[in-house]
Design a protein. Structure first.
Lengths: 465, 737
């Protein structure tokens, strides 16, 4: 039982220790900048900047050194064979294998100084999905009502006037896991009603639709309506609904379920077939590519928070699936794998999504978050690959009220530690909430009835446009 | 009761002087600290938070006056606090908002708060002398009250008594915290209820807290008490409270409602058609009592009530492994079936060591591998006490301090584990164990109090005395906890059983007993506890007593006079069936058995012993998914709250269009096969479906409406499926009423 872990923003420097850090000149942090973020945020409730969030979770941990924080000046044990290229933003260079991505860097904010201490996928993944440091760096950290819910569940709990016809929070197409399902994907102590609408099917399948909408064989929607009629008739006899709030609430779910089965709006939102082939090709005919396209459709139809997981597993050992966990295990090698799989799929999806949102005039109101649970070791290992590195990595934000072509924070010469403006996952979480118009200081009651702040971090005001 | 005029208070500085201090300066402990609490400075969301706010961190709710004094006076000529120029101190300027303050204005410049703080700073910001009097008691008047409308106001008066024998009115300096949103309490202790209902206002001054239970009831001049005579002590106390609250109990429930309710509550299963029908037809006036006696002896009773224990004792396979789960579940189930006294049961759970295969209750500590975990679990399960808060700071709503927490945790230290083998399937999962373990007492303390970095001296919860070094502390704890006179153990067991049957605890949440969370009906809890102790701390006599009461057998349909009551048991509150009984009821209605990948030989959901570790080999079946979705506990903590009885949209999708339910209904060999025979009278087929699913006959209107649907042989099977679907989706089926 991890009492009170949430009361303590572990991993977050207290202001007192930051003062000490400043005076000792540790990490080269300049004191005024350090204090800026927390002193700027005083408001009780921020305005809604991001009407929707698209959270693209890069499971396995992408290398910051092969994507957005290249170190060409570092020695060969660190810099690797890839070369950087200039981008549409004068302040940003990216891997030259990502030219289309480079061309949209004028639309994004990069935070190059994200850091924490969790070296295992599940503990770090939980941290990334919730903004709450886990009680321990447990490789098999598991879901428990003592752990925190994901951002989308918090949003579902706190957002004012949710759309009754649309889910607030949708996640797909996997439940991510590393040995055990990673905590932070569901509503935990907030209760099942704040779970995401989880869609366990592949958006790249020809007949993709919400499985909740596919009725079992022999059950047509008309027959279901007939059954609902009989149910209502019998319900009237027992009169439970005349007085029981529980009965009324349950019946509202029936009305909603039947309504959703009949609704064209939600059905349409999930209908990828309505997209032109050209558009579908642009995103790429992959599970993740079509997932990104689906995320755009959901944002368009009013879903507040969509999580699209890059992969179900940490992967890293093959070129036709799996996540970013490229250690070089089993005589594999990181570079050919990311060159053939992870980088091309990123190059096809991320710029396509950002341009698509921009073209539709949605980017300013849609926050795209591209992040993994950690980065990868600055020093290339014996397998010519990289291992886990939570001490410094890059998070990409775009739209939803963030600055364009902007870089916040920086890493040292090898990408090992933050050099300026260190940021924790707590701060990233606070920023997401802030942009959604949710006060990051809001409290929710945990399973023991204790009030817990949804984030112990500070919104990074520097990245807000 | 109308608000009386506030007593005139002299300034605290003066009253402290009167209390014998040599200095005229305000006392830090008795003036400044209460002031900081009252202004909200040390709340969890403000400077009392773990990391403080705005570079100032003081103790949560003022639990540490000495520490706070050190923080505030670190430099007495600083911006924060300047004894040479008090008015320039942030300690005054910020809360009075004379300069920017994130926390807003806490008091005015011309307030008494400002003046006391100012005078204290001007006097050199001193700490109280070591021989200064200390607070010994906090009394609040009235100690409790029932307020009959239209008046909705109660003025509370708080009096502090000090070790030098003096006492003072501290109404204006106390903090008032209501337990719910019913009332507003002004800073001067005036409680104003917004509507009728009950609340507890906790009055806090320094570190003492006094709860005041208040009830605001409607003025019903025409109210006449006309409930039937109490049948047993349950009714005596419930009815007495209802009468006091000018509320009537609902009438008796029907036999068909009773038979379904009793079967579900006592055995977790719905009655078969034959059982429900013959009970309803039976004319013996004592048939309800007889039924309860019969149900208590069934194997399903043991399954159902062991499941509740297995939830709390974490009977799951990741840590205990398959063999351990079988052993532990078997041991629990045998104890439940034999109605083993709960004190003996509990002693075995908290004091057993040895092989986790041979000595099943040792599995409790196999799950709980750290001393603090064990202490928190034992307190939560057996003493209904949530200690977690006190790990990091003194409990805000209870008397438990961090000292209590670590000293109690030390009772559970020095348990060693000999891992005879570990054939875990996942090398990286440090909490997966497959193989026998032997637990033993060793001499290696592993627990350190993080504040002192030393092993704490063991003491039982709330006891001053150290436990002797050379004794078995687990045994001492077991004996101490289960003494009949222990203020919590028996009450917690009684309250849990009550809650299972009645839907909510007399103390609720059931694992949160504390001074500031008093029972809704203290006399009833006392009487039930006495009965429980007199009957050897056995569950069955208590269940029998409760189920035989009129209170248990009331109709859930409220009367106009009791519709608002959710606290005093004037009528049962309707709630969803838990996952296992619901799934079993669906299968029983259709004469089928569920299919669990995890425990393929298990015929009912209620009999599943444990929770399997993941599902790496076998995919979960629809029935496994159903149980998870409807809130079966994953058993990863010792909190009953892990089981969820809330409803969700996803559950309704499962019930309406899920493949599992579709399969049960459409299976060619289910109960509908017999009913589809055109030779059977359609009305009889409808009656059969009703008895099997709802434990009642169809009404004339239902029979008239539904029977014709079965007239056409070609569509009869489809019509039966439609009616069945509708029956298992009615609120009457899904809810316990």
């Amino acid at each position: 039982m991890s009492a009170c872990s949430s009361f303590h923003p572990s991993g977050l420097l207290s202001r007192r220790s930051m003062l000490r850090a400043g005076s000792l000149g540790m990490l080269g942090i300049t004191l005024p900048k350090l204090l800026q973020a927390s002193s700027q945020y005083t408001g009780p409730k921020p305005p809604v900047r991001a009407k929707s969030v698209i959270f693209l979770f890069q499971w396995g941990g992408p290398s910051h050194l092969e994507t957005f924080d290249m170190k060409p000046e570092a020695d060969e044990n660190c810099r690797g064979p890839h070369k950087p290229m200039r981008s549409a933003s004068p302040d940003i260079e990216v891997n030259d294998r990502l030219p289309k991505t480079a061309a949209v860097m004028d639309k994004v904010t990069l935070i190059k100084s994200v850091h924490h201490k969790m070296t295992n996928h599940n503990s770090a993944g939980y941290y990334a999905l919730t903004g709450k440091a886990p009680p321990s760096d447990d490789q098999r950290l598991r879901e428990s009502i003592e752990l925190f819910p994901g951002y989308g569940s918090i949003a579902d709990k706190l957002i004012e006037r949710p759309d009754p016809a649309m889910p607030t929070y949708v996640s797909y197409p996997h439940i991510i896991s590393d040995g055990t399902p990673t905590p932070g994907q569901f509503a935990s102590f907030l209760g099942k009603k704040h779970d995401p609408l989880y869609v366990p099917s592949d958006p790249n399948d020809a007949g993709f639709s919400l499985p909740q909408f596919s009725l079992p064989t022999g059950l047509s929607i008309d027959r279901l309506r007939h059954r609902r009629g009989l149910q209502q008739f019998i319900d009237q006899q027992a009169k439970l609904m005349d007085f029981s709030a529980e009965a009324k609430g349950l019946d509202e779910y029936y009305a909603k379920a039947l309504g959703m089965l009949n609704s064209t709006r939600i059905r349409e939102a999930f209908n990828l077939g309505a997209e032109a082939d050209k558009m579908r090709e642009a995103y790429g005919r992959t599970t993740y590519g079509q997932g990104c396209l689906l995320a755009r459709r959901l944002a368009e139809s009013g879903v507040k928070f969509t999580t699209c997981y890059f992969s179900d597993s940490i992967g890293g050992q093959k070129t036709d699936g799996g996540g970013w966990d490229t250690h070089g295990f089993n005589n594999t090698r990181m570079y050919p794998i990311i060159e053939q799989y992870h980088l091309p799929i990123t190059e096809q999806t991320l710029p396509t999504l950002l341009l698509d949102l921009e073209q539709r005039g949605m980017l300013d109101e849609t926050l795209v978050v591209w992040m993994g649970e950690f980065g990868r070791t600055p020093k290339i290992n014996a397998n010519i690959s990289r291992d886990h590195w939570p001490h410094c990595y890059t998070v990409l934000l775009a739209g939803g009220g963030t600055k364009r072509g902007f870089v916040h924070g920086s890493s040292d010469e090898t990408g090992s530690h933050p050099a300026t403006n260190p940021v924790t996952p707590d701060d990233v979480a606070a920023t997401i909430y802030y942009l959604m118009g949710i006060d990051p200081r809001s409290e929710v009651m945990d399973a023991q009835g204790r009030p817990i702040m949804i984030s112990s971090g500070n919104p990074i005001m520097e990245v807000v446009a | 009761m109308k608000s009386s005029a506030l007593p005139r208070l002299t300034t605290t500085a003066i009253w402290l002087a009167a209390a014998g201090s040599a200095s005229a300066a305000p006392s830090f402990t008795h003036d400044v600290m209460p002031l900081l609490s009252r202004a909200g400075c040390n709340m969890g969301a403000c400077h009392g938070s773990g990391s403080g706010k705005g570079n100032l961190k003081i103790s949560l709710r003022g639990e540490s006056p000495a520490g706070d004094h050190a923080v505030l006076t670190q430099n007495v000529r600083s911006k924060r606090l300047n004894v040479d120029d008090p008015e320039s101190s942030f300690l005054l300027k910020k809360p009075a908002e004379l300069t920017e303050h994130e926390g807003g204005k806490r008091f005015e410049k011309d307030s008494e708060e400002y003046r006391v703080l100012h005078d204290w700073i001007a006097a050199g910001a001193p700490m109280d002398p070591p021989d200064a009097p200390v607070l010994t008691a906090l009394t609040v008047s009235p100690p409790q009250a029932i307020v009959t409308g239209p008046a909705r106001d109660v003025q509370l008066t708080a009096t502090a008594t000090f070790s030098d024998g003096t006492s003072r009115d501290v109404t204006r300096w106390a903090v008032y915290e209501p337990s719910n949103l019913l009332p507003k309490v002004t800073r001067d202790g005036l409680v104003q209820a917004q509507k009728t209902g009950e609340t507890t206002v906790v009055v806090r001054f320094e570190q003492l807290k006094t709860p005041v239970r208040l009830a605001f009831i409607a003025d019903r001049p025409d109210f006449v008490w006309n409930a039937p005579a109490p049948r047993n002590l349950v009714d005596e106390h419930v009815f007495a409270k209802l009468q006091q609250m000018r509320t009537l109990p609902s009438p008796d429930c029907s036999d068909t409602t009773f038979v379904r309710r009793a079967f579900l509550d006592v055995t977790g299963q719905v009655p078969t058609r034959q059982e429900a029908e013959s009970f309803t037809a039976e004319t013996d006036p004592d048939k309800r009592s007889k039924l309860i006696g019969d149900l208590l002896e069934r194997p399903a009773y043991a399954d159902h009530w062991s499941m509740k224990w297995a939830d709390l004792l974490r009977v799951e396979e990741r840590i205990l492994d398959t063999k351990g789960v079988a052993a532990f579940h078997g041991w629990i189930r045998q104890g439940v079936a034999e109605d083993r006294p709960l004190d003996a049961f509990a002693r075995d759970v908290v004091a057993s060591l040895g092989s986790t295969y041979e000595n099943a209750p040792a599995n409790f500590y196999r799950s709980l591998r750290e001393p603090t975990q064990r202490a928190e679990a034992a307190a939560q399960v057996f003493l209904g006490t949530r200690l977690g808060c006190a790990k990091c700071h003194n409990h805000p709503f209870e008397r438990w301090t961090q000292d209590d927490y670590y000293r109690f945790s030390a009772v559970f230290d020095r348990i060693g584990y000999t891992i005879l083998e570990n054939k875990r399937k996942d090398e990286n999962d440090k909490l997966e164990f497959v193989g026998e373990q032997v637990l033993y007492l060793n001499n290696q303390p592993e627990l350190n109090d993080p504040r002192t970095k030393k092993p704490p001296t063991p003491a039982l919860l709330g006891e001053k005395a150290d436990l002797p070094q050379d004794t078995n502390h687990l045994q001492s704890f077991a004996e101490w906890m289960t003494k009949p006179e222990h203020p919590l153990f028996a009450r917690v067991q009684v309250n849990r059983i009550w809650s299972h049957l009645m839907g909510s605890g007399l103390v609720d949440p059931i694992d949160d007993f504390r001074l500031t969370n008093p029972p809704s009906n203290p006399a009833l809890l006392d009487a039930l506890t006495e009965y429980f102790i007199q009957h050897g701390m056995k569950a069955k006599p208590l269940i029998r007593l409760i189920c035989q009461s009129r209170t248990y057998q009331l109709s859930s349909t409220p009367l106009p006079e009791n519709a608002d009551d959710t606290l005093n048991y004037s009528h049962p509150v309707v709630r969803r069936l838990p996952a296992e009984p619901l799934l079993d009821a669906i299968y029983r209605a259709l004469d089928r058995t569920p299919d669990f990948s995890s425990y393929p030989d298990t015929k009912t959901a209620a009999a599943i012993p444990g929770v399997k570790l993941g599902a790496r080999k076998s995919k979960p079946t629809e029935d496994d998914r159903f149980l998870k979705q409807f809130g079966k506990s994953p058993r990863t903590t010792t909190c009953g709250c892990e089981r969820s009885d809330e409803s969700s949209l996803a559950q309704v999708f499962t019930l309406t269009s899920g493949p599992g339910i579709a399969e049960v209904i459409s299976a060619s060999d289910n109960r509908l096969a017999a009913l589809a025979d055109p030779a059977m009278d359609p009305a009889e087929a409808v009656r059969d479906l009703y008895w099997r699913s709802l434990s009642r006959p169809p009404s004339a209107a239902e029979l008239e409406f539904l029977s014709p649907l079965l007239a056409e042989p070609a569509t009869r099977r489809a019509a039966l499926e439609d009616i069945t679907w509708s029956l298992i989706n009615t609120k009457e089926f899904l809810l316990r009423h």
